[in-house]
Ligand binder design. Structure first.
Ligand code: SF4
Ligand code: SF4
Length: 312
């Protein structure tokens, strides 16, 4: 059982790329956390705001969408614009274009505009305004295992790191309200801005990798990011029996980096079968080889998180 005294801990699940089984594992941990021997009711966060999918397995009752407002984009007021053209050369993004609709001489392409506001300052007629944009929605939803915070970024929008930070803040406030000892984050793939936002302030990261050359490459990249931000990291190897040589390469790298391996999960067709049913594998097939390995890994994670508490 996870100590409930002290600050709420954050466990973030990461992988260098998508498709490693990270979300299946997060869903299984959500289900296991609810079992009497653990007795935790974590708050869950799907930090992949570009393609949230934890909700597909946790079957939430969706909360009302809450608007996410991101950056501002320039807009020309056709009633004030005289067509002097002063705004065209200052735009480094070639976003000021002739207006095809001929409502004005110029028009600002919202996809190209970076929101730098240079055009606003040069316009002699004060015809350009910066207008804040709604870039997505976030949700506080209810799953059978606890509250899930998740979000959707609108297509083509770029503030995914900011939206991840917002969703995490909401999750932390809720966790403090209900006094839960754990926030479990299913992180985004890759190593970009949303990953940095997801791992900020984490007490522990579990990297999920696969035994392949690409898997090793992605593991190195994501570990580099976590080390840079001084997030303690551990590893588990999914589909470990499909390429033993790859497992040895990952083990050699982990030993070199003093990266603890919490366990290996065998390839198990019960995982995709459970996903198709929209249920975690540990709930649907509790005695399958993958479920038994995942249970062991979860038990070790709880021990590690308790260790974080004692060390802090
Ligand atoms: S705000 Fe910046 S990027 Fe957008 S149109 Fe004006 S100068 Fe170009
Ligand atoms: S600088 Fe102002 S007035 Fe001149 S073209 Fe641009 S928007 Fe119109």
């Amino acid at each position: 059982m996870l100590n409930s005294i002290g600050k709420t801990k954050q466990l973030v699940m990461l992988s260098g790329k998508g498709g490693t089984g990270k979300t299946s594992l997060s869903a299984a941990f959500a289900q296991l956390s609810h079992l009497p021997e653990y007795g935790i009711q974590p708050v869950f966060v799907d930090a992949d705001v570009d393609a949230a999918n934890l909700s597909l397995v946790l079957n939430p009752v969706l909360g009302s969408p809450q608007e996410f407002w991101g950056g501002s984009l320039a807009r020309i007021n056709p009633n004030l614009c005289t067509g002097c053209g002063a705004c065209v050369p200052v735009c480094r993004y070639d976003a000021v274009l002739p207006d095809k609709d001929e409502k004005s001489v110029y028009w600002i392409d919202p996809v190209a505009c970076d929101g730098c506001a240079a055009c606003v300052y040069v316009c002699p007629e004060q015809a350009i305004q910066m207008v804040q944009q709604q870039e997505g929605n976030w949700f506080q939803s209810t799953t059978p295992y606890g509250t899930l915070f998740h979000a959707e970024l609108f297509p083509g929008r770029e503030n995914s790191g900011k939206l991840v930070t917002l969703v995490k803040q909401q999750a932390r406030l809720w966790a403090e309200d209900i006094k839960t000892p754990l926030i479990l984050l299913d992180g985004p793939p890759g190593i970009g801005c949303p990953v940095i936002a997801a791992c900020a302030g984490a007490d522990l990261a579990l990297i999920v990798t696969e035994p392949s050359l690409a898997g090793l490459h992605d593991l190195k990249r994501v570990l580099g990011t976590l080390n840079h931000f001084r997030v303690p990291s551990m590893l588990c190897i999914n589909k470990a029996d499909i390429y033993p040589e790859g497992v040895q390469q990952i083990k050699a790298f982990a030993a070199e980096q003093e990266l603890k391996i919490l366990g290996e999960i065998p390839f198990d067709e019960k995982i995709p079968q459970a996903m198709l049913q929209g249920v975690s594998v540990t709930e649907c097939y509790p005695d399958s080889p993958a479920s038994l390995s995942i249970r062991k890994i979860w038990g070790q994670l709880i021990q590690q998180l308790n260790g974080c508490e004692e060390a802090s």
